[in-house]
Ligand binder design. Structure first.
Ligand code: PLP
Length: 359
């Protein structure tokens, strides 16, 4: 049995993949693949509505938020968010705790004055900077942050209080990993390829009053209000991604919803960090305890000369995609919703055995 620890595109739940395989050639007896159906036909719009309803139920999304199924990856929305939320000449606050927050700020810069309200770059992104050190501007158009930094393995465990300024969160690598209070946010967005479905789909949840903010001239395809007014069908949506996301939402409901996922994810993370911290220094994770990610666990071996053997042997043991991001080196185990406890148990057993043989 192979276990996939890829950071993204990442493992999807096995039952979702099996169902998609069964349904691939003939979706619900319609004689065609779901990929071959018109997005405007009754069959597909029914599927689309159900997926949105299931996501709303899972996250308890209030009615005064729109849910959009978009494209362009999270990266396109790094730029599109300031286009939509900031008037010409306005500024926005960015709290940067890793690679993706840094990129979000630099991609926003052509469209808004970026105020770096807080950054832990000087500490090699080893923690979330304490809230009292943030320099927020109450006139900012919004505050942007990345609740989970996929590469550095840094996660916020509470939603920061930023007063009345709309809070914008890139939840690409932590969405659906547990319940969240959506009403605390102005806008939440996530590329699908970690906890939702295939890449090429972006889920964006936006408080409806913020849809009215876009004041500068822009093509309709960039304007969230136009997507919302057209039920995310301003142009042809990523129908295949939408379908798979819907299957994942159904699967999450069957698992007991997001409270159950939070418990499972906590158990997996506790097991893996326990193995790292209990290895007598053979393995190390550099992140401050209170800022450790439950989704992405980077770790190094005490001697990097062992990295190649670790990767070769782990792959032979059926543990895939453990190589760390090139910016950090070492290893990284991504343990999103679709990775079961059994996979983490197999990884920990391998790590302990490897340490014994090479310690
Ligand atoms: N934000 C976060 C937190 C990510 O992990 C990633 C990586 O996929 C991105 C943004 C970039 O997403 P995309 O490749 O969909 O543009």
């Amino acid at each position: 049995r192979l276990w996939n620890f890829s950071a993204g595109p990442a493992a999807l739940p096995q039952p979702v993949l099996e169902r998609a395989q069964r349904e691939l050639l003939d979706w619900q007896g319609c004689g065609a693949s779901v990929m071959e159906l018109s997005h405007r036909g009754k069959l597909f719009t029914g599927l689309a509505r159900q997926a949105e309803a299931d996501l709303r139920e899972l996250l308890a999304i209030p009615e005064h938020y729109a849910v959009l199924f978009l494209q362009g990856g999270a990266t396109q929305h790094f730029a599109q968010i300031p286009m939509n939320l900031a008037a010409e000449g306005a500024s926005a606050d960015y709290v940067v705790t890793g690679h993706w927050g840094e990129k979000a700020a630099s991609e926003a810069a052509p469209y808004v004055k970026v105020n770096l309200a807080a950054s832990s770059k000087g500490e090699s992104y080893r923690r979330v900077p304490p809230r009292e050190t943030w320099q927020l501007d109450e006139r900012a158009a919004y505050v942007h942050y990345t609740p989970n930094e996929t590469i550095h393995g840094v996660e916020f465990h509470d939603i920061p209080d930023v007063g009345d300024v709309p809070l914008v969160a890139d939840m690409s690598s932590d969405i659906l990993s547990g319940p969240i209070d959506v009403s605390k946010f102005g806008l939440i967005y996530a590329g699908a390829q970690k906890n939702i479905g295939p890449s090429g789909l972006v889920i964006l949840i936006i408080r409806r009053d913020l849809l009215e903010r876009a004041s500068r001239p822009m093509a309709r395809i960039f304007r969230y209000a136009d997507h919302a007014a057209n039920d995310s069908m301003l142009n042809t949506p990523n129908t295949w991604g939408w379908y798979l996301a819907g299957l994942t939402f159904e699967w999450l409901k069957e698992q007991g919803g997001l409270a159950a996922m939070r418990e499972r994810n906590a158990a997996k993370a506790t097991l893996l960090y326990g193995a790292i911290d209990g290895s007598g220094g053979f393995y190390r994770n550099p992140i401050e305890l209170a800022s450790r990610s439950r989704m992405n666990v980077p770790f190094t071996l005490h001697d990097s000369a062992l990295d190649a053997d670790f990767l070769k042997e782990s792959e032979a043991a059926g543990l895939l995609a453990l190589k760390g991001h090139k910016a950090l080196g070492g290893m990284r185990a991504s343990i999103y919703n679709a990775v079961p406890l059994e996979a983490v148990q197999a990884l920990v057993a391998f790590m302990q055995d490897f340490a014994k043989r090479h310690g």
